[in-house]
Design a protein around this ligand. Structure first.
Ligand code: IPM
Ligand code: MG
Length: 355
């Protein structure tokens, strides 16, 4: 099994290196090949997503991705910004289904920004559509405004086919989670204002008819942002578009204590996937050895499960992370009094030992 390793920028390098060390402890025949991406790709080849990197990603069985982004490249034209690398990979490989689970580990309920009794036991899944919406809609640009000055514009759009396929991913995921009280899907949109959302709601509702066991509800995105902090446990699976999913998944991550804990999987129609932590490159702490590697380690577990058919190894890895937290290891982002503060490498070693 060949894995394309794309560490990217900032803390991406450290957390991916530590994750590979942990994966090395599993007795699996994994072959790793590394390539530059993001700012590192720009340095190496003049583009955030060099051709060789894309070719490697295409032929690998799965992709382990760190993070991209660096303020040094903020002034570049948008096609050369590091973010284009991840957007380009998602689009080129048709990774339309982004799964972002948010779980509260018992041990970390204290680290949440919300009261422990509001988040204890939280286990939700955000299913974010990843290759459509205002992220990719044409036309977009900055142009002369007829009344003088310039205007920026983007286009939000979703086809019925795109909505349908992400709805199916969400319904199937809800089924397989087997939540007590039955599977529930909440579709999030802005149908009170946007035409795109009106179509979204109509198509999701029509598709739900093939899943009579699933309770479907609809919610406006502003209300959902509020409900996520008011009573997050009301949710099971949330399905939404690219932009709303981007925002809501950052919000959901803080319910769990730290954005440093959340993994993600981005899948195509055949289960090939790219796996990355949902946090970014965190240039402010890059190179200091203090970043939390757990989101990347947990992303590797998702990779074992969804793309490499190694469900048992995935569970072992997830259990090792739980044990590490139970034993009190904490990076700075999840540290609370009475626990043991460690850096990136020590955290990964603790996971490896428990594995
Ligand atoms: C994410 C990130 C990306 C996105 C950026 C880096 C382009 O925020 O994966 O959530 O907006 O999708
Ligand atoms: Mg984001």
């Amino acid at each position: 099994m060949k894995i394309a390793v794309l560490p990217g920028d900032g803390i991406g390098k450290e957390i991916v290196a530590e994750t590979l060390r942990v994966l090395g402890r599993l007795e699996l025949k994994l072959e790793f090949e590394e390539a530059p991406v993001g700012g590192a790709g720009y340095e190496a080849a003049g583009y955030p997503l060099p051709e060789k990197t894309l070719a490697l990603a295409r032929q690998a069985d799965a992709i382990l991705f760190g993070a991209v982004g660096d303020p040094r490249y903020d002034a570049l034209e948008s096609s050369k910004r590091p973010e284009q690398a991840i957007l380009g990979l998602r689009k080129a490989l048709a990774l339309f289904a982004n799964l972002r689970p948010a779980q509260v580990y018992e041990e970390l309920a204290e680290a949440s920004a919300l009261r422990p009794e509001v988040v204890a036991g939280l286990d939700i899944l955000i299913v974010r559509e990843l290759t459509g919406d205002i992220y990719f809609g044409e036309p977009k640009g900055i142009r002369q405004h007829p009344a003088g000055g310039r205007e920026g514009f983007d286009t939000m759009r979703y086809s019925e086919a795109e909505i349908r396929r992400i709805a199916h991913v969400a319904f199937k995921a809800a089924r397989s989670r087997g939540k007590s009280g039955g599977p529930r899907v909440c579709s999030v949109d802005k149908a009170n204002v946007l035409e795109t959302s009106r179509l979204w709601r109509e198509v999701v509702a029509a598709e739900a008819k093939s899943y009579p066991d699933i309770t479907l509800s609809h919610m406006y995105v502003d209300n959902c942002a509020m409900q996520l902090v008011r009573n997050p446990r009301q949710f099971d699976v949330i399905v939404t578009g690219n932009l709303f999913g981007d925002i809501l998944s950052d919000e959901a991550s803080m319910l769990t204590g730290s954005i440093g804990m959340l993994p993600s999987a981005s899948l195509d129609a055949n289960g090939k996937g790219l796996y990355e932590p949902i946090h970014g490159s965190a240039p402010d702490i890059a190179g200091k050895g203090v970043a939390n590697p757990l989101a990347t380690i947990l992303s590797a577990a998702l990779m074992l499960r969804y793309s490499l058919n190694q469900g048992v190894a995935a569970e072992r890895l997830e259990r090792a992370v739980k044990l590490t937290l139970r034993d009190g290891y904490r990076t700075a982002d999840i540290y609370t009094a009475g626990t043991r503060k460690v850096g990136t490498a020590e955290m990964a070693s603790a996971v490896a030992e428990r594995l």
